[in-house]
Structures are given as C-alpha cells and as structure tokens.
Design a protein around this ligand. Structure first.
Ligand code: COA
Length: 258
C-alpha cells in the first residue's frame, strides 16, 4: 500500500515508520503523499487510538527534507513546498488523537520539524536534533522557526537556527524538546507503554486537551475560551458520566469514546 512508509496497527497504536533508510529517511514527495494518506486514516478510523512516528533503521529518525528534490525550484515552487510541509505537520499537531515521535537517531531539518509537530517526543540515546538549513543557504520551511521557539524558548532556538549546530538527546531533554530518553532497542516499547496509559483514558477528553493546549499558540484563539468550551463539551459525553460514576463507585472506568 505504501512505498516509503511501513505502517502497523497493534492494540489501537498505529506505528508509522518513514522507510527510506538508505537516504536516512529524508522526506521526499512520496513520503509527504503517503504521510497525508496515513493521516486521513488516523483522522477517520476509530480503531486507531494513537500514533507513533519513527524512522527505519537505527541511524536516523529523519535527516531532513530530501535535498535532491530542491534542484531547479524557483521561489514560487519553494513556497509551495514549504506550504505543503507546514500543512501536513499542522495536521499532525492538530490531530485529535495523540501522535508521538520516537526519535531514533538524526532528527535534522524537516526531521526535527516533523518531531516538533508531534504532541511530544521520546528519544533514543543516540538521537541528534538540529536545524542545519543555514549550512545550505536556507531557512527551515516546515514550521521549524516557530515550533523551536515555542518548545525551547527564543534565545536557545535562535542559537540553534543561526548556528546550524546539532544537540544530543541529553541536551534536547534538558531544553524540554524531548520528554524521555531510552535506548534504541527499548524506544518503541517505551512509547507503547506511555500510549497504553493514554489510550486507557477518555478519547474525547484527550482530544479536548490537545485542542486547548494547541490554542496557546494560535493567535486567532483565546485559549481560556477554548478550555471553557471543551470543559463544557466533556459534560455532554457518556464517558464523563462513566468516569465520574466509576470514581464514586470505586471501580475502573471503561471509556467508549462518546
Ligand atoms: N536529503 C537527501 N539525501 C540525504 C539527506 C537529505 N536531507 N540526508 C542524508 N541523505 C542521504 C545522503 O545523500 C546519502 O546518500 P548516498 O548514500 O546515496 O550518497 C545517505 O543519505 C547517507 O547519508 P551520509 O551523508 O552519507 O551519512 P553520514 O553518516 O555521513 O552523515 C548526516 C549523516 C545526517 C550528518 C548527513 O547525511 C547530513 O548532513 N544530511 C543532511 C542534513 C540536512 O541538511 N538536513 C536539512 C535538509 S533541508
């Protein structure tokens, strides 16, 4: 079904592997096309509760946009390329189901931007993050200048953007760019363990958390108003009745997603 992705659904968790290991999983046109198809499925299919995005092999998560596709592009083409990247990554960021990045090696350029568009990041101990576009005479185009500032603050982000320097997993964790570090072999299991907990909660409440937290960074939205609305919406769900009743009856809630 896919040529540049490997996709596996297990226990409600869809693992999406960017599968171009000989090119360090660089994001080419096919990967974007296929990622959007996967996202259609994630948005539409009830059996998918959450998603892990990772890269094939142990060397790279994603080493960036595919530089070999940059040749011959003019300004208009380049702007369209950036728009497609930003739109795709916005679909990840705004997805009502949790999407986490399992960063297993280089996460550079578009790879760092992809990881940052996920709801949070878990890294292997060999992970390396960076926005090296300035080495190519470019700037990040898939949201990197925005999300890096949001995630690690302006001063640190400015240094990384302007120097093109890479940081290791430990530094990324100290900056808040990744939540946890583990070994490469334990990485997917660690992500699945975290998602098992999240998947046991009420899906509409999870979606409400994502929407309200994302509203912090949306200048067209009043995040507090979004929170009020989502809080209200949760009182209209069967899962809220189940969750509160189960608490009072001292039993474990069974959520159905409506
Ligand atoms: N686009 C296209 N191809 C890429 C790529 C990218 N972003 N990153 C790596 N590759 C390809 C290399 O061209 C090479 O292909 P080849 O074997 O056909 O020559 C293959 O992946 C392996 O990469 P290589 O550079 O040989 O590995 P390395 O271990 O020496 O270096 C990196 C690893 C990540 C430091 C290096 O590949 C790199 O700097 N990549 C580009 C990072 C970047 O600038 N990203 C932002 C793009 S906008």
């Amino acid at each position: 079904m896919y040529t540049s992705l490997f996709v596996l659904l297990e226990h409600g968790v869809l693992t999406v592997v960017i599968n171009r290991p000989d090119k360090l999983n660089a994001l080419n046109n096919t990967v974007f096309e296929e990622l959007n198809k996967v996202l259609d499925r994630v948005y539409d299919h009830k059996e998918i509760k959450s998603v892990i995005i990772t890269g094939a092999g142990s060397k790279a998560f994603v080493a960036g946009a595919d530089i070999s596709e940059f040749g011959g592009l003019n300004k208009t083409d380049a702007m369209a390329l950036a728009k497609r990247g930003q739109d795709t990554f916005a679909r990840i960021e705004n997805c009502p189901k949790p999407i986490i990045a399992a960063v297993n090696g280089f996460a550079l350029g578009g790879g760092c931007e992809l990881a940052m568009s996920c709801h949070f990041r878990i890294a292997s101990d060999n992970a390396k993050f960076g926005q090296p576009e300035v080495n190519l005479g470019l700037i990040p185009g898939y949201g990197g200048t925005q999300r890096l500032v949001q995630l690690i603050g302006k001063g640190k982000a400015m240094e990384l953007l302007m120097s093109g320097n890479m940081i290791d997993a430990a530094e990324a964790k100290s900056l808040g760019l990744v939540n946890h570090i583990t070994t490469g072999t334990a990485l997917l299991d660690e992500c699945k363990k975290i998602l098992e907990v999240i998947n046991s909660k009420a899906p509409l409440a999870i979606a409400g958390c994502i929407k309200a937290a994302n509203a912090v960074y949306d200048e067209n939205k009043d995040g507090y108003a979004v929170e009020i609305e989502e809080f209200g919406n949760s009182f209209d769900t069967d899962d809220m009745k189940e969750g509160t009743t189960a608490f009072l009856e001292k039993r474990k809630a069974v959520f159905k997603g409506h």
